[in-house]
Design a protein around this ligand. Structure first.
Ligand code: ADP
Ligand code: MG
Length: 227
């Protein structure tokens, strides 16, 4: 499995008690799989992504990435796993206003300590493969919402992650753009052998995914994929 959580519990302080944001969660996603996680607001979906993304250490349970237990790694080791094996896409594309689409991707190389020069062609190829060949030198304000989200997805792939964690990628998009983005994620999971976990409220696109899970009060259960 590319990413797996086993018996994972995460609590937050809540007055004199603690709130169980993740209540004994078991979850695993393999290469080439696109998995959707749905559920009401406050049910723990973003907490799941934060634990899977090694941004928060759970109270108990384990997290494995590509079969390696990463639960007890040091902070700097976790950062390395995050930079080399994980990719993130958020609700808003979070692009830098002054940079072109190509430069948004090169920023990732720069932050990882890589040589930017050799990566320019790779950045352009990635953007082109996501249908952005006409937008390579455009800045965020020159792009549509769907195009911005595509740039964010291309950026998340820059380090060739084995796991992509995606939080509500379509919440700012209309129905047909949403369907394009989820369809694109389904293609990416297959073509690039990446495990994708997508949190979504967008029940209309679930027929495009491989598995559906529902989160309720920190408990994760498997649900049926709609026909
Ligand atoms: P979702 O993404 O499904 O809306 P979250 O994972 O953001 O759910 O939140 C799950 C629960 O944990 C909610 O009750 C939320 O209020 C609480 N919560 C989230 N983050 C924190 C935090 N940093 N401190 C305290 N409580 C939090
Ligand atoms: Mg959330």
């Amino acid at each position: 499995m590319s990413i797996a959580l086993k018996n994972t519990v995460l609590t937050y302080p809540d007055g004199d008690t603690r709130l169980r944001a993740l209540d004994d969660v078991d979850f695993a996603v393999g290469r080439s799989e696109l998995v959707a996680v749905t559920g009401p607001s406050g049910s723990g979906k973003s907490s799941l992504l934060a634990v899977a993304g090694l941004l928060i250490t759970p109270d108990s349970g384990t997290v494995t990435v590509d079969g390696v237990d990463v639960t007890d790694l040091s902070r700097s080791e976790r950062t390395t796993v995050r930079r080399t094996q994980l990719g993130f896409v958020f609700q808003q594309a979070n692009l830098i206003a002054s940079l072109t689409a190509t430069e948004q991707l090169l920023m990732i190389t720069h932050l990882s300590g890589g040589k930017v020069r050799g990566q320019r062609a790779r950045a352009r190829d990635l953007l082109s493969s996501l249908g952005l060949e006409q937008q390579l030198d455009k800045r965020p304000h020159q792009l549509s919402g769907g195009q911005r989200q595509r740039v964010a997805i291309a950026r998340s792939l820059m380090n060739d992650p084995s796991v992509l964690l995606v939080d509500e990628p379509t919440s700012a998009l209309d129905e047909s753009r949403s369907r394009e983005i989820v369809g694109l994620l389904a293609d990416l999971s297959r073509d690039r052998d990446v495990a994708i976990v997508m949190v979504t409220h967008d029940l209309g696109q679930l027929d495009l995914v491989d598995e559906v899970y529902e989160m309720h009060s920190g408990r994760l259960t498997r649900a049926a994929v709609p026909a």
